[in-house]
Design a protein around this ligand. Structure first.
Ligand SMILES: Nc1ncnc2c1ncn2[C@@H]1O[C@H](COP(=O)(O)OP(=O)(O)OP(=O)(O)O)[C@@H](O)[C@H]1O
Ligand SMILES: Nc1ncnc2c1ncn2[C@@H]1O[C@H](COP(=O)(O)OP(=O)(O)OP(=O)(O)O)[C@@H](O)[C@H]1O
Ligand SMILES: [Mg+2]
Ligand SMILES: [Mg+2]
Lengths: 254, 254
């Protein structure tokens, strides 16, 4: 089983979109058994998969609190794909788990006995305890980056957090890569920032191709579908297909 | 003095862009004395104003910790505009202030003796202690919203947080309004979501005009400038000028 935390504290860079669509492709086109894990109190991933976050009584929160197991909480999304849902209850996690024994390992322990080929964790846009749990449980971290001004400072902040987790909690945390999202090659800003990202210390970890901006990716969640179900022939599906190829190659060679 | 918290836990919706540009316009075109307050450990607002977050030794963190006053920390941005900078130190705030006496009032107390016409607080994309401090210190809350699928669930979550703060910490917290950002009227998704937002319980609080997507707004931070200094004739400047008109009318009639 390979666990990836999809993380960037910068908001709105396509974390949820990446987890949802890479997960769908891993299951449908590579026959992998996938767990999509919603770790954001917004519950956007749960919502995008077609479920009402507020209607869920067992979520990631209850699993981390050891009140329930992953198996008791998961919802079937499609063939080979389960979802561990989240909702606003998760917002209490920072406060309630702060003093717990092994507070950074709660998620890792909860995932210890599950059996999937891949677990993709959708992190919230923050540097708090939930994100630390994801980075401690994960084998690798995948960083969606929008090619706009704050991207470079954002990647430096991610690197600082990853290095702190490697030192204190998870020495073998790998870098699955940086994936440029929402890319529009007609914008000089995007070309310039993409070039600057290549010069970054983690420039070699960039996925060879960006995910282009494609309104179909933004529409699919309103139908509760992945891009594969919503419009398989779109640029969005094509670009995430390429990303999954790169991801599989890297994750299986770690 | 009127304090506004610019807040939405959804990431990447234009919080920082809104604070920076509305602040610049209030100062330059309405002759108001403005404090821009960076409350995000990312330090994007500090960066966008042309300062290096990591080079700042006195930030919002030290002010909330009562080690320094606002006056000791502020940086001059332009005529009539000061910045209270932030950097990664703020990420320790959740942990370090959790057990402090009056932990929700730290920011309110820090702002008690400052003299500006307006204070605009750039909130992080989260529901934690920093955001609660902003909502407790504020007279009103301004909610940037991107007209995409997760907007409606996002606004419901914002409302839940605002109501909790009104009940427990700040009964007179007003709603300065909802401002649609990154708007592209050519996208049916944006038209549909904007219409749905009008039907929302807070639909009447929508600013009459959205801020259109305009690449100049995304470029200006790389020059360390507001849209006014970078390209005053752009759609971005025009749209934020309209927004400031609405904001001033509402804030002064509260
Ligand atoms: N390649 C793309 N093309 C067009 N729209 C996209 C693309 N990727 C994401 N989006 C849209 O951009 C918005 C932000 O994406 P998303 O919600 O996945 O980001 P996030 O990083 O998970 O945000 P948050 O930080 O709030 O968790 C959403 O409305 C989404 O539908
Ligand atoms: N109207 C607009 N047109 C074009 N680009 C915009 C507009 N508003 C914001 N942007 C760009 O979109 C990105 C997100 O905006 P911004 O960083 O202000 O959002 P935020 O809500 O502060 O994000 P976070 O949740 O990470 O704090 C930035 O790259 C910004 O430059
Ligand atoms: Mg998300
Ligand atoms: Mg911001």
């Amino acid at each position: 089983m390979y666990i990836t935390a999809v993380f960037n504290q910068k908001g709105g860079v396509g974390k949820t979109t990446t987890v949802h669509n890479m997960g769908a492709l891993l299951a449908a086109e590579h026959n992998k058994k996938v767990l999509l894990l919603d770790l954001d109190a917004q519950g956007n991933l749960t919502d995008a998969c077609g479920f009402d976050p507020l209607a869920q009584s067992i979520t990631t929160y209850e699993v981390m609190a050891q009140a329930n197991t992953v198996q008791q909480a998961v919802l079937p999304v499609a063939q080979n794909i389960d979802l561990l849902p989240a909702n606003i209850n998760l917002a209490e996690a920072e406060l309630n788990f702060m003093a717990a024994y092994g507070r950074e390992n709660l998620l890792k322990n909860a995932l210890a006995h599950v059996e999937y080929d891949f677990v993709l964790i959708d992190c919230p846009p923050s540097l708090g305890l939930l994100t630390i749990n994801a980075l401690t449980a994960a084998h690798g971290v995948l960083i969606p980056v929008q090619a706009e001004y704050h991207a470079l400072a954002g990647v430096r902040l991610v690197r600082r957090t990853v290095e702190k987790v490697r030192q204190a909690l998870n020495p073998s945390l790998a870098l699955d890569g940086l994936l440029i999202t929402l890319y529009d090659a007609r914008k000089k800003l995007h070309l310039d920032v993409a070039q600057a990202l290549h010069q970054d210390q983690w420039g070699d970890a960039l996925f060879p191709k960006p995910v282009r901006t494609n309104v179909k990716l933004a529409e699919a969640p309103s139908a509760g579908q992945s891009i594969l179900a919503y419009y398989a022939g779109s640029n969005g599906a094509h670009d995430y297909r390429d990303a999954v190829q790169t991801y599989l190659h890297r994750a299986t060679n770690m």
